[in-house]
Design a binder for this molecule. Sequence first.
Ligand code: COA
Length: 395
Amino acid sequence: MLKIGIDKIGFYAPHLYVDMTKLADSRNVDPDKFTIGIGQEKMAVPPVTQDAVTLAANAAVDILDDNDKEAIDFVIFGTETGVDSSKSAAVYVHELLGLNPYARAIEVKQACYGATAGIQMAKGHIAMNPDSKVLVLGSDIARYGLSTSGEATQGAGAVALLISAEPHIMALEDESVYFTTDVMDFWRPVYSDKAFADGKLSNEQYIAFFTRIWEQYKAKTGMELSDFVAICYHLPYTKMGYKALKNVLEEGTEDVQERLLANYKLSTDYNRNVGNIYTGSLYLSLLSLLEQTEELKPGARIGMFSYGSGAVGEFFTGILQPNFQDYLNIDRHHGLFASRSEVTVPEYEAIFEEALPTDGSTVELDIDNDPAKICLAGIADDKRQYVNKVSRVAY
Ligand code: COA
């Protein structure tokens, strides 16, 4: 049977971050609340030269070779912080990366669930077209506002997933359970650049969705906790997935519990240092696990829980492939973390408040201070001006 799944994974976060202990101090909050209670250490701060488009393009630019660029005939961009209500962010990325023009390019929205919908669509597309590859992007900037209760759960970044037949990293299994119900736990009206959240309700719904979907998954497949080497979660903050896991942990023996907890910890490390990246968050967690474990063996089954407020949830699974470690980009991603610069809380606040014009005026941005390969260089005639510094694509 044709295996379909994740062939490559790329990741990008902005080069600036704020330290959560210092943010707590300046908000008169006990730092333990942010670092232990919420479980975040560093929060990525996007400069004005990065948006959902550039973050995604930067996540993908280093993982694709010429064969991939020719074989990709579908770009699916999951985001809830897109830059245009009409044109999809996928079209910009398609151009910036120089992909085969005989391709589809679309944007998918359902809060943090969008990239998961993209992966499942990609899987169907490849089942019909086994020689195709699909580029699935999850890219967002999480903004709640300065001094709000959501502030500690902001972040920015993107994950790029190359989905193909006979994948090198993880084959996706067919059984999955998905669930939708209308709930106002988190939303962002079109007139607001900041999200609104009923924090307590969103926590409750996340756990309720996971528990309900997990029960249905077990009934449908006969699987149990012991069939999983790890479960990765959508991580708005790293304590969130732990709360859901804890709810079902007692179903496993002591060994199973220990294994799942140890792997959960590894799966939260990148997220703990980036913050919430909405659609890409679950896949950043998967990457964190894969790039930091030496224990996981080919054949291991990993569960993945995706949750997009509003709300849609899905639990699906994948099997690690032979030599999957050889297809990761561990050095590049560790280098990305190591090369970031800290900003002070006042600097972060100034960057947060820096807004692009909305009255049609022209703005030219200084992209020399942004080490990213792909940047937003300005706005002219109400059109965003993007630059790929490496291939010199500019428009
Ligand atoms: N030391 C250690 N832990 C502490 C602490 C301290 N000094 N002070 C508080 N805590 C713990 C609390 O006990 C709580 O843990 P628990 O949830 O396990 O009980 C945690 O820190 C958070 O405290 P809480 O008072 O609930 O925080 P809050 O009301 O400021 O808001 C969120 C937290 C997550 C609700 C808020 O950041 C938010 O709305 N985020 C955006 C929405 C979101 O991310 N939702 C997630 C589901 S999608």
